[in-house]
Design a protein around this ligand. Structure first.
Ligand SMILES: [Cu+2]
Length: 112
């Protein structure tokens, strides 16, 4: 009887922990601050939506590929402070991206 209760409590704890980890990865955000994507690299699960938030006063873009080889998977513009865009990643893979206005700004999304 006592053993059964302990197993029950163990399951509850596992469920709570699983809930927390799902919540922390469900809505990841990338800040754009002083010409940098933060975090520059992000690892997510398939189907996750990532939101970029511009914290600079100037326009940046979130453009897939590299400045030399744009791959056309996404190209979004963030015009000024506190503008945001969201992209859903539906397929696994590595998604390098950059800012079309400042090619030294680079980032990468890894979708598992
Ligand atoms: Cu930029």
């Amino acid at each position: 009887m006592r053993l059964k209760q302990m197993v029950g409590i163990g399951c509850a704890v596992v469920l709570i922990l699983a809930g927390f980890s799902a919540a922390s990865t469900a809505d990841p955000r990338v800040g754009i601050h002083i010409f940098q994507f933060r975090p520059g690299r992000l690892e997510i699960r398939t189907g996750t939506k990532v939101t970029w938030i511009n914290q600079d006063d100037i326009t940046h873009t979130v453009t897939s590929g590299t400045p030399d080889t744009r791959d056309g998977r996404f190209d979004q513009q963030l015009e000024g402070k506190n503008t945001a865009i969201t992209i859903e990643f539906k397929e696994p893979g590595v998604y390098p991206y950059f800012c079309g206005k400042h090619p030294s700004m680079r980032g990468e999304i890894r979708v598992n």
